[in-house]
Design a protein around this ligand. Structure first.
Ligand code: SAH
Ligand code: F3S
Length: 478
C-alpha cells in the first residue's frame, strides 16, 4: 500500500532520505542489498523517474550499477505512448529471459507506463517478470524486492493522486543539465492519449520545495535546469498555508514558478517541457520575455492543423487560436524558437484535414518537429469512440510528406543562421571529434566548435560557419 502524505503541509517538506519519513520504517527491513540496473525508455519524465527510483533504492541500502552484467536486478522503466514503444520492451524482455535461464536468480522488473497499462496482462505475456510497478508505486520498490519469491510476481499498479514523491531526493548523474519534475499526471484527456490512464491525475509539487531543489542543483554544479511535466504550464500549487505563496493569496501558477526559479543565483539557464497551448498564459509569456535566463525555446505540441481533427482529439483549442498564440509569442519574444509534435492519420483524418496540417507547418515554420503516425491505444477515448480507419500505408505517406517538409524548413532555418553568433552552454566533447566541444544554443540547437580555451559548463559565443541537417558548426568568438 502506498504511504500517503496528505496530512503534511507540503510547503514545509524538504527532500529527506526515505527512511526518515514517518511510517516507512516497517518496509525497510532489508533482506538483501541488491545491485540494480535501470534501463529507461520513452520521454524525459521517465529519465527523471529513473533518478527518483535510484534515490528510493539507494536510500534503502541497495545500489545502482551502470552495466547489466554487474546487476542482480534489472528494472525496465517503460513507455506506452505508441504500440511500437511496447513492442520494443516486449522484445527486450525476451532477451532478458534468455539471461534469466542462465541466471535464475536475476530479478526482472517492469516499471512505468507500460506496467500500468498492461498490469497482469504483462505477466501473462512474460511470465518470468517478477515485478510490475506503475508510476505511483515506486515507493514500494524496496518492499517489493524483499517480497519477490519464485512463485508470485509483485504487482504495484494502484494510481495515487496524493503521490508526488516530494520527500524523496532523486539521484542524478553529474552534468550540466538537470531534469526536475514539477508536476505528475495529466488532466487533459486528449482522446488519442494513454498518459492520463497510466500516470493518473495531475498534481504539482510545492513552489518553495522546487526553488530549494534548484538552489541545491546549482550548488551541485548544474548550469541548466529543465522543468518537467506532462502539461508543464498547467502547474498550480495551492498552499494550505497562504504565507507560503509569493502573492500570499490563492496559490502559484507556472509563470510565478518560472520567475522564482529564474531568480536562483548562479542558474545560467532554465527550460521547460512540454507546455500545452491552452495553458500558455500571459503569466508564462511574461516570465519568458522578462527573465534573461529563461530560454527562448517553446516546444508547443500542435498535433493537427485542422480544427475538426483537434475537436475529435479534444485538444481544447482551434487551429485559429493556435495561430493567434504563435503570433503573440513571436511578437512578445521575437527570436523565439518553436518546435512541435504532430500526429498524422488520426481517426477519420481526410486528405483535406491532413493538408491543413501540412499548410500550417509550412506557414508557422517550426525549427523542428516530432512527427508520428497515429497509434491506436487500448483504453483511450479514441479507441472507444472512433474507428482507426486511415490505412497504414496512407499514414506512412502522410508522415513522409510532413517529414520532407520539416527537413526542408529546418535546413533553411539553419542555413540562415550562418554568420550569426549564438551563446552556447558547453556540455562536453563532441562524439565525432575529440578536439571539439558540443553544446546547445538558447533555442536548444546542437552546436559543435573547436575547444579553444573554453571548458565544460562555460557559456561561449559561437559564430556559425556551416550546418548539417540538425547541427550548427562554428568557431568561438572572443
Ligand atoms: N503532454 C505530453 C505529451 C506526451 S506524449 C508532452 O508534451 O510531453 C508526446 C507526444 O506523443 C504527443 O504530443 C503526441 O504528439 C504523441 N502521441 C501521444 N499519443 C499518441 C498516439 N496514440 N499515437 C501517436 N502519437 C501519439
Ligand atoms: Fe496526453 Fe494530451 Fe495530456 S497529449 S499527456 S492527454 S495533454
Amino acid at each position: 500500500m502506498a504511504i500517503e502524505a496528505q496530512n503534511v503541509e507540503k510547503s514545509t517538506i524538504t527532500r529527506l532520505p526515505i527512511y526518515q519519513k514517518a511510517g516507512l520504517q516497517h518496509t525497510a527491513a532489508l533482506s538483501q542489498a541488491r545491485k540494480i540496473y535501470i534501463e529507461t525508455y520513452g520521454c524525459q519524465m521517465n529519465v527523471s523517474d529513473s533518478e527518483l527510483m535510484a534515490g528510493i533504492l539507494t536510500q534503502s541500502g541497495h545500489r545502482t550499477v551502470s552495466h547489466l552484467d554487474d546487476a542482480d536486478v534489472v528494472l525496465l522503466n517503460t513507455c506506452a505512448i505508441r504500440e511500437n514503444a511496447e513492442t520494443k520492451v516486449l522484445n527486450r524482455l525476451k532477451q532478458l529471459n534468455h539471461r534469466k535461464r542462465r541466471d535464475p536468480e536475476l530479478i526482472i522488473g517492469v516499471c512505468g507506463c507500460m506496467a500500468q497499462h498492461l498490469r497482469d496482462r504483462l505477466v501473462e505475456a512474460a511470465p518470468y517478470v517478477d515485478l510490475v510497478m506503475g508510476p505511483d508505486a515506486y515507493r514500494n520498490l524496496p518492499m517489493a524486492l524483499n517480497a519477490v519469491t519464485n512463485r508470485d510476481p509483485f504487482l504495484g499498479v494502484r494510481l495515487d493522486k496524493s503521490e508526488d514523491y516530494a520527500d524523496i531526493a532523486p539521484i542524478r548523474k553529474e552534468g550540466i543539465r538537470a531534469w526536475l519534475t514539477i508536476q505528475r499526471g495529466c488532466d487533459k484527456m486528449c482522446t488519442f492519449c494513454i498518459v492520463p490512464f497510466v500516470r493518473g491525475r495531475e498534481r504539482s509539487l510545492p513552489l518553495k520545495l522546487l526553488v530549494e531543489d534548484v538552489e541545491k542543483l546549482v550548488e551541485q554544479g548544474f548550469k541548466e535546469v529543465v522543468l518537467l511535466g506532462q502539461t508543464v504550464n498547467s502547474y498550480r500549487y495551492e498552499s494550505q498555508n497562504r504565507e507560503n505563496t509569493p502573492t500570499g493569496t490563492s496559490g502559484s501558477d507556472f509563470g510565478e514558478l518560472l520567475h522564482a526559479v529564474s531568480n536562483v543565483n548562479g542558474l545560467e539557464r532554465v527550460r521547460f517541457t512540454s507546455p500545452h497551448p491552452a495553458d500558455a498564459t500571459d503569466s508564462m509569456i511574461d516570465a519568458m520575455a522578462n527573465s534573461p535566463n529563461v530560454c527562448n525555446h517553446l516546444h508547443l505540441p500542435l498535433q493537427s492543423g485542422s480544427t475538426s481533427v483537434l475537436e475529435r482529439m479534444r485538444r481544447t483549442y482551434t487551429a485559429e487560436e493556435y495561430r493567434d498564440l504563435v503570433a503573440k509569442l513571436r511578437e512578445r519574444i521575437p527570436n523565439i524558437v518553436l518546435t512541435t509534435d504532430i500526429i498524422v492519420g488520426f481517426c477519420g483524418e481526410t486528405e483535406a484535414e491532413f493538408m491543413q496540417t501540412y499548410e500550417m507547418m509550412a506557414d508557422i515554420r517550426y525549427d523542428s518537429a516530432f512527427m508520428f503516425k497515429y497509434s491506436d491505444r487500448e483504453g483511450t477515448l479514441a479507441h472507444k469512440a472512433f474507428p482507426d480507419d486511415v490505412q497504414e500505408t496512407e499514414k506512412g505517406r502522410r508522415l513522409r510528406e510532413i517529414i520532407a517538409l520539416q527537413e526542408k524548413i529546418s535546413a533553411e532555418i539553419n542555413d540562415a543562421a550562418i554568420g550569426e553568433t549564438f551563446t552556447v552552454l558547453v556540455e562536453g566533447e563532441s562524439r565525432r571529434d575529440a578536439n571539439r566541444y558540443y553544446g546547445k544554443t538558447d533555442g536548444f540547437k546542437t552546436t559543435v566548435f573547436p575547444m579553444a580555451n573554453s571548458a565544460v559548463g562555460d557559456m561561449v559565443d559561437v559564430c556559425i560557419e556551416s550546418t548539417t541537417a540538425h547541427t550548427l558548426i562554428g568557431q568561438i568568438v572572443l
